[in-house]
Design a protein around this ligand. Structure first.
Ligand code: ADP
Ligand code: MG
Length: 256
């Protein structure tokens, strides 16, 4: 398999990559994020779990500034999030995001989906961008689909293209917001396998998921959210065998 550089050369690098301090956000009267303190180390894989409506998606969206925050601070690699313009586009490239609903460009081929951002945001030469796109598509197992349009692919294939598209930007961190929730059951594993491989390659990842098998095998840390707060943080082993809070115990009793 072609080795496209992701975070491998950074594997030895350590230190704080994503830091949220006292982050608060409201939607009108709803206090959706309440005093969130969260630090993600380089190379760390953090799984965020919690009941529906607890603020997990909003948390992800604040990290690449799809949502603004009311107060507190967020830094990526020591820099505060830029407000707008080219700086913001670059931040969005640094923070790869994979959504539940694939979000590929429907009117572009698979290959175009993976080259476009490289050329526009990273200013990579077209030929280089295409080479890299093809290598990444091979890596996630959809190289043969390069010239098709998203609608011609299965959900699992589309989600793997979405991962390749984010990786093409050489992100510092990858955010996954329930990447397998919209997939037919038989396609979930092919996406989780790609994510596990990324984790093993040293990518820094924040993953919102209900896939507890993935959390157990790939996460360094589990963050449990409820009602806009981080209620509990622990290693997967600690969290699943001995949750401390009643909220977490209740949640686990319903899903396990
Ligand atoms: P989760 O991902 O944990 O299910 P979300 O972050 O999507 O939670 O949502 C948290 C709460 O914020 C929910 O009550 C949701 O209805 C509300 N919410 C999310 N986005 C918006 C928005 N754009 N405007 C108003 N309320 C929102
Ligand atoms: Mg959500």
């Amino acid at each position: 398999m072609t080795e496209v550089s992701v975070a491998k050369e950074d594997k030895a690098a350590t230190g704080e990559l994503v830091v949220l301090k006292s982050v608060n956000k409201h939607f009108g009267a709803l206090h959706v994020l309440q005093d969130i303190d969260l630090t993600i180390q380089r190379g760390e894989v953090v799984v965020v779990i919690g009941p529906s409506g607890s603020g997990k998606s909003t948390l992800c969206r604040t990290i690449n500034r799809l949502e603004t925050i009311d107060d507190g601070s967020i830094t990526i690699d020591g820099k505060p999030l830029p407000a707008e313009g080219k700086e913001l586009a670059r931040l969005r490239a640094d923070v790869g995001m994979v959504f539940q609903s694939f979000n590929l460009f429907a009117h572009k081929t698979v290959l175009e989906n993976v080259t476009l951002g490289q050329v526009k945001v990273r200013k990579v030469e077209a030929k280089k961008a295409e080479e890299k796109a093809r290598a990444l598509l091979d890596r996630v197992g959809v190289g043969a689909q390069a010239d098709k349009y998203p609608a011609q692919l299965s959900g699992g294939q589309q989600q793997r293209v979405a991962i390749a598209r984010a990786l093409a930007m050489d992100p510092k961190v990858m955010l996954f917001d329930e990447p397998t929730s919209a997939l037919d059951p038989e396609m979930i594993n092919e996406v989780l396998e790609v994510m596990k491989q990324l984790a093993e390659d040293g990518m820094t990842m924040i993953v919102v998921t209900h896939e507890m098998g993935f959390a157990r095998s790939a996460a360094n840390r589990v963050v449990f959210m409820a009602d806009g707060r981080i209620v509990e943080e622990a290693t997967p082993d600690q969290f699943f065998s001995n949750p401390r809070s009643d909220r977490a115990k209740d949640f686990l009793s319903k899903i396990l």
